[in-house]
Write a protein that binds this ligand. Sequence first.
Ligand code: FE2
Length: 245
Amino acid sequence: MNRNSNSIDRRTAIKTGAAAVAVVAAAGTLARPYIARAQGQTDGPIKVPPLPYKDDALAPVISPNTMGFHYGKHHIGYATALNTALAGPAKDYAALSLEDIVKTSRANPNRAGVFNAAAQVWNHTFYWNSMKPGGGGEPPTGKLKDEIGKAFGDFAKFKEALARATIGQFASGWGWLAWDEKDKKLVIQATSNAETPLGRGFKPILTIDVWEHAYYLDYQNRRADYVNAVIDKLVNWEFAEKNLG
Ligand code: FE2
């Protein structure tokens, strides 16, 4: 074999290798045609805080693709819709805080659209903070653990009740641990669509989003697997303890 044919072989091998890399890359593209990254911001008074962790930090329980769509499209989308309303038909709310927009619009049936957008902005920020990489398990010894014991008997019973209520929420909504300000005890709630314990006599402690956009890319219809994985591996008990005060 002469020097020339050697170099041709080498070139052929390089080309073949490059083609193989291209095929593998194309196959990857076909398998995951679009990976959304969690980014985006809004014009207007309502801003969405950045995620408290990187968008791949909760994997494999929640994939970066789910995070990208959920934060970048849905959460930002609610804030954009709210800002549009505040610049036009709901201009009289423009100087209110997000919490006050939620409370005020809930009391006005003509402002249902504003309530839905505002509550979803608030709920989602609360949801991101209700989770952390390496979370889950039992809460550390302290006031929250004591109150869980008082309200539910023990952690196993509490966990079963939170999972059952959250998984059982019909259609889109949220599962919550909240503090009942009247009866002074922890309660579990499931709320539909954008509804939230905020401003209804309950202090939200932690939440799990069970809109399909929260889990369908990763779990399809297996909502129970998603909810149990969030409780077992992601719940941010420090955030919950802080909310209890
Ligand atoms: Fe959501």
